[in-house]
Design a protein around this ligand. Structure first.
Ligand code: PEP
Ligand code: MG
Length: 576
């Protein structure tokens, strides 16, 4: 048995066989195609070859720069494989003859080539096998990238092991046989980790070299609480972890006793405990866990894993459903937050050096009012079906808020003209997740109906720590004094202007920080549905006086670690 350490991304324990996805292994489905689909398949193949060529040339340039020209020349052989007419023509002629999907045909041809080369008694040609394999896998990945079939064929519950998973790949695990996942890279608040929490899939990310050390079929224990992976555990360890799984269920049962009770402190201070969702079909889970409303509906996932853009009617139907289901409780719809680590295939967004600092969220929406207004119209139309609010992501100053509101007014004007009903006074909130917004919260509070603090981004921007990079994860500290001061300023500024201040970043659902945030005066906590019972349990166990004192003391400490240790000790004391 070996133990691998990583970053705990989504809680729970799961046990199962490893299923490798990523660089080396692909599940290539065999599918019949119709004769009229042949040209499309050929085009897919050509595009994959072009993309692969571009990738190799980029790689060659980088290696040449970092390691020298000699190393870079290795890739000349790779480029030659790409230009091998025999290989290309064989794929195309078999495609026409056999009428099967091109990825499958290509894989078959690749296998044949590797087979032939490995039988030849020539050292030079033998070495070419590695090149063919390498380039072949790249082409295959680019082909499958267009087809995205990988997880659809799972017959048993598995633990996915990958170098990296994008948020959209993680979203594709929805309702698939995935019991847990492990990745080489990633951070605690990357959208991949957030998605895992939503899907209730225990996950450990940033496990360096997981894909080297874990083979397909290895039995894995994923401990999403401690951030550990046990590979091929012995029987005694398996028994121990199964017991641990049971114990977790017992603790959960204790929290579940309060899930439908209000979130009020022992002396009667009430706060809102809401849920974060990415898909409308999470609503039953929200209700099941006692969520009072939706504090963050991340609508960008609606655009993912599809070829076209959602129409206004599709947006409207989704929002109407959520509004009606949650009525009379509030549902805060966040407008499209594209970019950063979330990309959509429908938009050709140029590659950026620093996507988190680039063309993201409200910046994209203001530049594409056509896409933005369509979504705003749908939210407005759905507002008559419940208690809908809307909120803009990544606002960095009041000008952006004004520009967004101008487009909102245009959308309202259009709907009035068309005679389509909407809630005239729909509340418009601002996510405070950029340090400049946090520092000018007093100015923003004059023009916003509410605030929601997005700590996932606020922490990464204020501490200059990429939220998805495991190498700097040790610096990603929610309780860093700088972050706490920003949070305090946002809450105080909001309250001075008499507006509600909530938090929808992951920090709001971390048991260790609840007492502190309550003490700082937060009005609303929004989190993955699964943690709601525990958070309510904590809130119902303290008095306002206790938490105010905790916050006061925490604000005097010098480091994030000191704050974390202090708040953890207080929580333990209160829950004992
Ligand atoms: C945040 O940044 O805290 C947030 C809630 O938004 P997201 O995680 O989607 O960026
Ligand atoms: Mg954010």
């Amino acid at each position: 048995m070996i133990k691998l350490k990583g970053i705990a991304a989504a809680g729970g324990i799961s046990i199962g066989p490893a299923y490798r996805v990523g660089k080396e292994e692909y599940i290539v489905p065999k599918q019949s195609i119709r004769p009229e689909e042949i040209p499309v398949q050929i085009q897919l193949f050509e595009e994959a070859l072009i993309k692969t060529r571009r990738e190799i040339i980029d790689l060659q340039k980088r290696i040449g720069f970092e390691m020298g020209q000699e190393e870079a020349q290795i890739f000349d052989a790779h480029l030659l494989v790409l230009e091998d007419r025999m290989l290309i023509e064989e794929v195309i002629s078999r495609l026409k003859r056999e009428q099967l999907n091109v990825a499958y045909i290509f894989q078959e041809v690749l296998k044949k080539y590797v087979d032939i080369f490995s039988k030849i008694e020539d050292e030079y040609l033998k070495e070419r096998i590695a090149d063919i394999n390498d380039v072949g896998k790249r082409i295959l990945r680019n082909l499958l990238g267009k087809q995205k079939k990988g997880l659809d064929d799972l017959r048993e519950r598995v633990i996915v092991v990958a170098h990296d998973l994008s948020p959209s790949e993680t979203a594709a695990m929805h309702k698939k046989n995935v019991a847990g996942f492990v990745t080489d890279v990633g951070g605690k608040t990357s959208h991949t980790a957030i998605m895992a929490k939503s899907l209730e899939i225990p996950a450990v990310v940033g496990v360096a070299e997981a894909t080297f050390k874990i083979k397909a079929g290895d039995i894995l224990i994923v401990d999403g609480i401690l951030g550990e992976i046990l590979v091929n555990p012995d029987e005694a360890t398996l028994v121990e972890y199964r017991k641990e799984e049971e114990k977790l269920k017992g603790v959960t049962a204790q929290f579940f006793t309060v899930k439908d009770l209000p979130a009020v402190t022992l002396d009667g201070r009430a706060v809102e405990v809401n849920a974060n969702i990415e898909f409308p079909d999470e609503v039953p889970a929200v209700k099941m866990h006692g969520g009072e409303g939706i504090g963050l509906y991340r609508t960008e996932f609606f655009y993912m894993n599809r070829k076209d853009l959602p129409t206004e009617e599709e947006h409207y139907q989704a929002y109407k459903y959520v509004a009606e289901e949650m009525n009379p409780h509030p549902v805060i719809i966040r407008t499209l937050d594209l970019g950063g680590d979330k990309f959509l295939s429908q938009f050709q967004i140029p590659h950026e050096m620093q996507p988190f600092l680039g063309w993201r969220a409200i910046r994209f929406c203001l530049a594409r009012p056509d896409i933005f207004k369509l979504q705003l119209r749908a939210i407005l139309r759905a507002s008559v079906h419940g208690n809908l609010r809307l909120m803009y992501p990544m606002i960095s100053g009041v000008e952006e808020l004004r520009q967004a509101n101008k487009i909102l007014e245009e959308a309202k004007g259009e709907l009035r003209q068309e005679g389509k009903p909407f809630e005239e006074d729909v509340q418009v909130g601002v996510m405070i997740e950029v340090p400049s917004a946090a520092m000018t919260a007093d100015i923003l509070a004059e023009e916003a109906d509410f605030f929601s603090i997005g700590t996932n981004d606020l922490i990464q921007y204020s501490l200059a720590v990429d939220r998805a990079n495991e190498k700097v994860a040790y610096l990603y500290e929610p309780a860093h004094p700088a972050v706490l001061r920003l949070i305090k300023n946002i809450i105080d500024s909001g309250h001075k202007a008499n507006i509600n201040v909530g938090m929808c970043g992951e920090m709001a659902g971390e048991p260790g920080f609840i007492l502190l945030l309550l003490g700082l005066g937060l009005d609303e906590f929004s989190m993955p549905p699964q943690v709601i019972p525990e958070i309510k349990y904590i809130i119902r166990s303290v008095t306002s006086k206790q938490v105010e004192e905790i916050a006061k003391q925490a604000m005097t400490l010098s480091t994030g670690k000191e704050v974390e240790a202090f708040t953890a000790a207080k929580l333990k004391e209160i829950l004992k």
